[in-house]
Design a protein around this ligand. Structure first.
Ligand SMILES: NC(=O)C1=CN([C@@H]2O[C@H](COP(=O)(O)OP(=O)(O)OC[C@H]3O[C@@H](n4cnc5c(N)ncnc54)[C@H](O)[C@@H]3O)[C@@H](O)[C@H]2O)[C@@H](O)CC1
Ligand SMILES: Nc1ncnc2c1ncn2[C@@H]1O[C@H](COP(=O)(O)OP(=O)(O)O)[C@@H](O)[C@H]1O
Ligand SMILES: [Mg+2]
Length: 277
C-alpha cells in the first residue's frame, strides 16, 4: 500500500496561467439533495466552487433553490427532475457528481437512471452516497464513463458484498477490478483503488475531527473541482483531492476539536495557494 504525499499534491496544484478564464477550469454538475438532504448537495457544489471549478451547476429538488442561491451564488441551479434541461446540460460537463443527499426513493432512482443513460464515455462520473446504495440495491448496470465510486465502509459493503470487518486490500481490489472503476473506500485511513494500476494507495492524513455528517459530500466536490481543472495525470489528481480534503482538516484540527465540512470548504483556496507556491 503506497502512501499519498504532500509533494504529489504540489505537483497537481499548479499556479494558474494569467491569461486563463473560467472556460479553462472545467464544468461540473452536482446532482442530489432531496427535500431532507439539501445540505449534502450544497456542500458538494460549494467544495467544487471553492476548489476552483470554472463553472458549477447544481441539479437538486426545487425546495433547495433558495438556500443554494443564498449560500452559493456562484452556482447555477436546475430541478433534478427536469429531464429536458438535464439532457441539455449533461453533454457540456467535464465532471458529474451524483448521490450526495439524493435519497433512495423512486424519484432518486429515476434521476440516477436518467443520468446513467445520458452520461458520455469520456466524462468523469463521481458516484457517492445514496447513489452507491441504489446501484447496489437495484443491481444497476454501470454506464460507459470514467467512474469514481466514493463509498464509506458501509456503502462499500453494500456495493461489494464484503462485510466491513473483512474489507482487506486484496478483496477490495478484486471487486474494484470487476467494477472497472476507481474506488475510494473511505475510513480513518482511506484507500484508493485505481483502474489500469495494481498499486493501492492509502491516505496518511485526516483524523476523527472529520467524523461529522457532510464530510464525504464535501470530498465529492473537491474531487470534481480538481478533475475539472487540473491537467496532471488523472490518477494523481484524484489522489491529490483525497489528501487535500484531510490535510485541510489536520491544519484546522491543530486548534479545533471538530472540523466542519463548511470550514474545510472555506479553507480550500488558501491551502491550494500554499500548495501552488
Ligand atoms: N446535511 C445533509 O444533508 C447530509 C446528508 N447526508 C446524505 O445522507 C445519505 C445517507 O448517507 P449516510 O452515510 O448518512 O447513511 P448510510 O446508511 O449509507 O451509512 C451510515 C451507516 O454506515 C455506518 N458506517 C460503517 N462504517 C462507516 C464509515 N467508515 N463511515 C461512515 N459510516 C460508516 C454508520 O455507522 C451508519 O450506521 C447520503 O445521500 C448522504 O450524502 C449525509 O452526508 C449526512 C449529511
Ligand atoms: N476518524 C476519521 N479519521 C479520518 N477521516 C475520517 C474519520 N471519520 C470520517 N473521516 C472522513 O470523512 C469522510 C466521511 O464521509 P461520509 O461517511 O461519506 O460522510 P457524509 O456522507 O456524512 O458526507 C470520509 O472522507 C472519511 O475518510
Ligand atoms: Mg457519504
Amino acid at each position: 500500500m503506497q502512501q499519498i504525499t504532500k509533494s504529489l499534491v504540489q505537483q497537481v496544484i499548479r499556479p494558474r496561467t494569467q491569461e486563463s478564464h473560467k472556460g479553462n477550469f472545467g464544468r461540473v454538475l452536482t446532482i442530489g439533495g432531496n427535500q431532507n438532504f439539501g445540505g449534502a448537495i450544497i456542500m458538494s457544489a460549494s467544495a467544487a466552487v471553492y476548489s476552483g471549478a470554472g463553472l458549477v451547476t447544481c441539479a437538486t429538488a426545487p425546495q433547495n433553490f433558495v438556500s443554494l442561491h443564498a449560500r452559493l451564488p456562484e452556482a447555477m441551479v436546475v430541478d433534478y427532475q427536469d429531464e429536458k434541461k438535464l439532457a441539455e446540460l449533461i453533454p457540456q460537463m467535464d465532471v458529474i457528481v451524483i448521490g450526495p443527499g439524493l435519497g433512495t426513493d423512486a424519484t432518486a432512482l429515476a434521476v440516477l437512471k436518467f443520468v446513467f443513460a445520458q452520461v458520455r464515455p469520456q466524462q468523469n462520473l463521481i458516484i457517492d452516497g445514496s447513489a452507491i446504495t441504489l446501484v447496489a440495491q437495484e443491481k444497476l448496470a454501470l454506464p460507459q464513463a470514467q467512474i469514481i465510486f466514493t463509498p464509506h465502509q458501509m456503502e462499500w459493503q453494500r456495493l461489494s458484498g464484503i462485510p466491513v470487518t473483512q474489507q482487506t486490500p486484496t478483496k477490495n481490489q478484486a471487486i474494484q477490478q470487476k467494477l472497472a472503476a476507481t474506488v475510494i473506500v473511505k475510513s480513518h485511513r482511506t484507500e484508493i483503488y485505481l483502474p489500469d494500476s495494481t498499486i493501492m494507495w492509502q491516505n496518511p492524513v485526516g483524523s476523527a475531527a472529520m467524523a461529522t455528517g457532510g464530510m464525504g459530500d464535501c470530498l465529492t466536490g473537491i474531487l470534481a473541482g480538481f478533475l475539472a481543472q487540473f491537467s496532471a495525470d488523472r490518477a494523481q489528481t484524484i489522489l491529490a483531492a483525497v489528501y487535500t480534503h484531510s490535510a485541510i482538516s489536520d491544519q484546522l484540527a491543530q486548534k479545533q476539536y471538530v472540523t466542519l465540512p463548511t470550514q474545510i470548504i472555506a479553507a480550500l483556496p488558501k491551502y491550494m495557494a500554499e500548495m501552488a507556491s
